[in-house]
Design a protein around this ligand. Structure first.
Ligand SMILES: [Zn+2]
Length: 500
């Protein structure tokens, strides 16, 4: 039995290596690659994806998974061995239903589409990328058809990103959250808007990067096992537990962009770096679902990085770095400014309160397009209308409307819900950490993050992808997914800043 287990692990390690090579090509595509490399890169990534897929669905893998059933049972659910077999089986069962030629086509098509979006967005030319987007949604439907019996065509995609969730679950959580959020947004936006003019000005790039990285280091993001580069759309990517990279984008006229994106990506990266070292090269390395991943990026970006104790400690350092901009801005004004709530156009720059409304809209559009209720060519206008009715801001163009996010253009569909699930869970995890260690709150005011980071590492990060979102939430917090702690967090925080 041990022999079969070793054989499976050897195969999985090869797959992990191929996956890392593909990820490295993807990182390079967004960080370093000259534009001329685009076409070949799409093909190369397609080839690699196909090889990985073929290796995964090799009949020997299926045999080994069958042979190992008694071994898995004997070792017990929580053991590393049983978990590797269980997670490998989940991947195998899903991959075996999809032909490798589809994977190659998917990689190629979405990589081409990404290259067109890169040009279409600044040109504000949706027509340029429309047919690519249609193909991406068509392929999403084609993918769903490999899994007959789904409730909604988005479900097989959602399952890849937020395992265990379906469109119907998400719809019900979103409608519950929406009911609570809308009155809060209304109460806040009917009051005098916060002043954040001091965040717009001139901020030297190098100083911005230096400041953001100094905080990421204090949080516990290990630069010996990581690095930060520039990319159009910030992301985290992991090739091994010893190599987890982040990217950011710097705007010299707006401080929030790079600063908060670095804190956000550092949260993702710490989750990846925190896996049990024994998981390297196995299917257990790295985080579990997108939702849980986002819970960590959001916890470090928002709950910690936009909190008053945090800035009570770090604001004097920021003032020292940018004296011209902040010398005359008192802490309270700064704190209110970085937590400004407004009816704005861009999801990634929106505040904690309205953010989820942006997500809900995207999720609803994905469902509508796949249901055939909305054609891709109608999306730009539908987007503007819905922004106006849901958020109260009408985009003047498509660049900052339907084309603002990379996701759909890169074939990432059934993904947006993870951001809101992450917001909800971020409060559940944070509250559980504070229940276990009430001193965390004081430590935030001293620039100390060890206790919080260690609790998260022990209760969440070290488990890698061994447990589902549901299981890890239950284990770490004792709760099911619920919006209570998150709404409580928002109402307490924003209740101090505004009259609610
Ligand atoms: Zn994120």
């Amino acid at each position: 039995m041990q022999e079969a287990y070793n054989e499976l692990n050897e195969k999985l390690a090869e797959l992990s290596d191929i996956g890392a090579a593909g990820a490295l090509m993807g990182w390079d595509q967004q960080v370093n690659m000259p534009p001329g490399g685009a076409e070949a890169r799409g093909r190369q990534m397609g080839t690699l994806g196909k090889i990985a897929h073929e290796k995964l669905i090799d009949s020997r893998v299926g045999e080994l998974l069958e042979i190992l059933k008694p071994f898995e049972e004997e070792k017990g659910y929580d053991s590393t061995e049983a978990s590797i077999i269980r997670i490998a089986r989940r991947g195998y069962d899903k991959a075996v239903d999809v032909p490798p030629s589809f994977t190659a086509k998917w990689q190629k098509v979405t990589s081409d589409s990404f290259e067109v979006w890169i040009k279409a967005r600044p040109a504000n030319d949706f027509k340029m990328v429309q047919s690519h987007l249609e193909t991406n949604f068509d392929l999403c439907k084609e993918y769903a058809d490999y899994f007959p019996g789904y409730e909604h065509p988005l479900d097989p995609m959602i399952d890849n990103h937020d395992f265990g969730m379906k469109a119907s679950n998400i719809r019900s959580i979103f409608s519950e959250l929406r009911k609570e959020l809308v009155p809060v947004v209304e109460a806040i936006t009917s009051q005098e808007p916060a002043d954040d003019s001091f965040m717009h000005g001139h901020f030297d790039s190098a100083k911005q990067i230096e400041f953001g990285e100094s905080i990421a280091k204090l949080y516990g993001y290990d630069f010996n096992r990581g690095r930060q580069d520039m990319a159009a759309h910030p992301f985290t990517i992991s090739f091994a537990i010893g190599d987890v990279r982040i990217t950011t984008r710097v705007l010299e006229d707006f401080l929030s962009s790079a600063l908060f994106s670095t804190l956000h990506e550092a949260g993702h990266a710490m989750y990846e770096q925190g896996s049990d070292p024994a998981f390297d090269g196995t299917v257990l390395r790295g985080g579990t679902t997108i939702g849980v991943h986002e819970s960590q990026s959001r916890l470090w970006e928002n709950i910690v990085g936009r909190s008053k104790p945090f800035w009570g400690h770090h604001y004097p350092q920021l003032q020292e770095k940018f004296p011209d901009q902040f010398a005359n801005v008192p802490l309270d004004r700064f704190y209110k400014g970085i937590n400004k709530v407004e009816r704005s156009l861009i999801r990634v720059e929106s505040d904690e309160v309205t953010y989820n409304l942006h997500v809900m809209m995207r999720f609803a559009f994905e469902c509508d397009v796949l249901d055939g209720k909305l054609a891709v060519e109608e999306l730009p206008e539908a987007w503007k209308d819905r922004m106006e009715s849901d958020i109260g801001a009408r985009p003047p163009d498509d660049k900052d409307g339907v084309m603002q996010d990379i996701h759909w253009y890169n074939g990432i569909i059934g993904y947006f819900q993870g951001y809101t699930l992450g917001n909800i869970m971020s409060s559940q995890f944070y509250d559980a950490a504070v229940r276990a260690h009430p001193e965390i709150i004081d430590e935030l005011g001293q620039g100390k993050y060890d206790t919080l980071h260690t609790w998260l590492k022990d209760n969440l990060y070290s488990h890698g992808s061994k447990y589902t979102a549901h299981e890890i939430l239950k284990k770490a917090t004792g709760q099911e997914l619920n919006i209570g702690p998150y709404m409580n967090y928002l109402k307490t925080k924003y209740g101090e800043l505004y009259e609610l």
